[in-house]
Design a binder for this molecule. Structure first.
Ligand SMILES: *Cc1c(COP(=O)(O)O)cnc(C)c1O
Length: 379
């Protein structure tokens, strides 16, 4: 089936008892059993829940995976991946520009279990190649990166990693499977914060992992149950509902994103703009090759903290806030918000300046968004 059909139907049969067209929220902790060892495949709701399992099947189909597992947050999902792939004495490679919470998890928690991490610029293949060791078991990448929208070559990195016994994990939160399917490009595991585009309405926190290999999937299912960071039935239902409109929303984010990127590129106040859809973006050709759209995330540099501060205080329709991927436009200041935990000199080296502003373009009328930005530039 086509992606739009799968987004609406995959993993979701009409309810067998009532015919309900929408999968119910199975708000139960346990299931009655007929006799010893006689049950309908459902024993306890941490282990099996029909609403959560519908979301997991749906995501596996959309990402072309063998299975998917839903977690209480994107970070819970990534934590479970570290349980799957890493043990004491192992080495892992991670993009230097990944989501701040991912870096915090690896650097402040997983490292203390005796796992060594090397952080590299994953847009530079020779840097990735040079970082590989005999005991490297995971390469974790985000593409496009946050907030500078650098593109990493998923196929080439997978080829490098697969020379050894190493899995490639891609955080696909920014693109969603509608615009990018890393497993088809050679990656082994995909993780999402469903909080962002998949749910899409800024009203739920969750995460999902989908996997290419059956043995990884079986082990992750064991970890999901054993460690227990499952997504609730209600949140699973919200994400399923969000995914039904993922294709139309992503098209709208992409169209508005392109229009606003072009608008920003024409403003003299903007010193630098980061959007993979613009031909002068260094990753533009690669983006065109491995993505089918450029999405709605844009960063731009206003030159100083003072300029950024004034701008962010003046916009009205674009709400100042962390997070992204919702129908409403959100605007943020990476240096003091999402990337505040990164040391200042490290931020400067990567290009996350005090004048940098990040915008998650929503699906409002683009004329209204541009009028709001225009007003802010006017001040
Ligand atoms: C938000 C986000 C996460 C973390 O997800 P939570 O649902 O907030 O735990 C991970 N990766 C990226 C790219 C994100 O934007």
């Amino acid at each position: 089936m086509g992606f739009k059909t799968d987004a609406i139907h995959a993993g979701q049969e009409p309810d067998p008892t009532t015919g309900a067209v929408t999968i119910p929220i199975y708000q139960t902790s346990t299931y009655v059993q007929e006799g010893i060892g006689k049950h309908k495949g459902f024993e306890y709701a941490r282990t099996q829940n029909p609403t959560r399992m519908a979301l997991e099947r749906n995501m596996a189909v959309l990402e072309r995976a063998v299975a998917g597992y839903a977690f209480a947050s994107g970070m819970a999902a990534t934590t479970s991946i570290t349980h799957l792939l890493l043990k004491q004495g192992d080495h892992a490679i991670c993009g230097e520009n990944v989501y701040g919470g991912t870096f915090r998890l690896f650097d402040k928690i997983v490292k203390h279990y005796g796992v060594e991490f090397t952080y590299v610029n994953t847009s530079n293949l020779s840097d990735v190649e040079r970082a590989v060791r005999p005991n490297t078991r995971m390469v974790f990448i985000e593409t496009p990166t946050n907030p500078l929208m650098a593109i990493a070559d998923i196929q080439a990195i997978s080829d490098i990693a697969h020379r050894g016994k190493c899995r490639v994990v891609v955080d696909n939160t920014f693109m969603s499977p509608y615009f990018q399917r890393p497993l088809e490009l050679g990656a082994d595991i995909v993780v999402h914060s469903t909080t962002k585009y998949l749910n899409g309405h800024s009203d739920s926190v969750g995460g999902v992992v989908v996997l290419k290999h059956k043995e990884d999937a079986e082990r992750l299912q064991f970890i999901q149950n054993a460690a227990g960071a499952i997504l609730s039935p209600f949140d699973s239902w919200l994400v399923l509902r969000g995914i039904k409109t993922l294709p139309v929303r992503m098209e709208a984010h992409n169209a508005n994103g392109m229009a606003i990127a072009k608008y920003l590129a024409g403003r003299k106040e903007v010193q630098k703009i980061y959007y993979p859809g613009l031909p002068n973006h260094p990753g533009h050709d690669l983006a065109k090759k491995q993505m089918t759209g450029f999405g709605g995330m844009i960063s731009f540099d206003l030159g100083s903290r003072e300029h950024a501060g004034k701008f962010l205080e003046t916009v009205k329709l674009c709400s100042l806030g962390e997070s992204l991927g919702g129908v409403e436009t959100l605007i943020s200041h990476p240096a003091t918000m999402t990337h505040a935990s990164v040391p200042a000199e490290e931020r400067a080296r990567m290009g996350i300046t005090d004048g940098l502003v990040r915008i998650s373009v929503g699906i409002e009328d683009v004329e209204d968004l541009i009028a709001d930005l225009d007003r802010a530039f006017g001040k």
